[in-house]
Design a protein. Structure first.
Length: 231
């Protein structure tokens, strides 16, 4: 696997604040903070009891060809959660607001409410940071292939798919599977990031077993036909 080095954010910040470039800088209304969404699909795996077979949604950047989690910079005065949902929509065409929480997806509780600060910029229990990027984690309650998506930003994103973070296998359209090449990954899928994602998958399995029990998980999985690719 190959990991892509992302641009120097400190240099970008300096560029954004210099008087000479302030008038022409297209990102002057953006925050230095970034936010995104982690969508976990446990139902498309061969074994719903095995978190190492779960999949996570990823996008491929058009310019670099690198795969990573859907994320982006906050707009001016935008808060973390709306920014994360907006980036998910722009990069994948999926609008969480059109899905039903508790039916189509559930937030994965990563911390208790007692451990979140009311004075913090974020108080959501499904929040975590990877490489200083704020992510909100959701478990799909249906197969990823059943999601209805709209148009995503094809100027920035060339493909949307799923990755098995334990096997480093990216599902994708036929042009990717017919000519297999070692995929490139950005910092959101670095070795450290993947260890975090594997832990998220393990916690997803615990959550589902507590919610459904063994037999219930099998019944939930059987509600949807098998799939190989997202779109």
């Amino acid at each position: 696997m190959e990991h892509e080095h992302e641009p120097d954010t400190q240099a970008m910040e300096q560029y954004e604040t210099t008087p000479e470039t302030k008038a022409t800088n297209p990102h002057k209304n953006r925050s230095n903070k970034s936010a995104g969404v982690i969508l976990v699909d446990p139902w498309s795996s061969a074994n719903v009891y095995d978190p190492s077979s779960y999949r996570v949604m990823v996008v491929q950047q058009r310019n670099s060809g690198a795969w990573g989690l859907p994320k982006g910079h906050l707009e001016k005065e935008e808060s973390l959660l709306p920014a994360a949902h907006r980036e998910l929509l722009e990069e994948t065409g999926i609008q969480l607001g059109e899905l039903v929480e508790g039916v189509d997806y559930v937030p994965l509780e990563l911390q208790t409410e007692q451990n979140t600060s009311s004075t913090s910029a974020n108080t959501h229990t499904n929040h975590l940071q990877i490489k200083k990027i704020h992510f909100f984690v959701y478990i799909l309650m249906r197969r990823g292939s059943s999601l209805v998506h709209g148009q995503y930003d094809e100027k920035e994103i060339s493909a949307v798919s799923w990755i098995n973070v334990c096997g480093w296998f990216v599902d994708g359209p036929s042009q990717y599977t017919a000519k297999p090449q070692p995929p490139r990954f950005n910092r959101t899928l670095s070795d450290t990031s993947v260890n975090i994602l594997m832990d998220i998958c393990a916690k997803t399995s615990v959550h589902l077993q507590q919610k459904f029990g063994g037999a219930g998980m099998q019944q939930q999985q059987q509600l949807w036909v098998p799939c190989t690719n997202l779109f």
